[in-house]
Design a protein. Structure first.
Length: 100
């Protein structure tokens, strides 16, 4: 059984071409153009983001909104709670950038 996810919705043609190129058997990863220091910095930030502690919340929203969120998540191929988390994260960070 193939458990590899398949992408059917692309943001644009560039994303489609990129995914097709990566999934091509002839695709080879080239040497990174990042300096070892910069690569280490980026890896550190990525680990901190991934390992960031999560806090459970309870949220009451209209059933119609939840249904739409679930439908959108299904179209995008992600769990609906992940989609909600992403939407909230983007909203909070957008507000902070505007106010700073």
């Amino acid at each position: 059984m193939d458990t590899k996810p398949t992408v059917t919705n692309y943001i644009d043609d560039e994303e489609k071409k990129l995914i097709e190129a990566i999934e091509n058997e002839a695709y080879q990863i080239k040497e990174s153009f990042l300096s070892p220091t910069r690569l280490s910095e980026l890896q550190s930030v990525a680990r901190a983001t991934i390992n960031e502690e999560r806090a459970p919340i309870s949220l009451r929203i209209p059933k119609t909104d939840l249904s739409r969120l679930k439908a959108k998540a299904m179209r995008e191929g992600v769990p609906y709670q992940t989609l909600i988390n992403s939407i909230l994260h983007k909203a909070v960070n957008t507000v902070e950038k505007v106010n700073n």
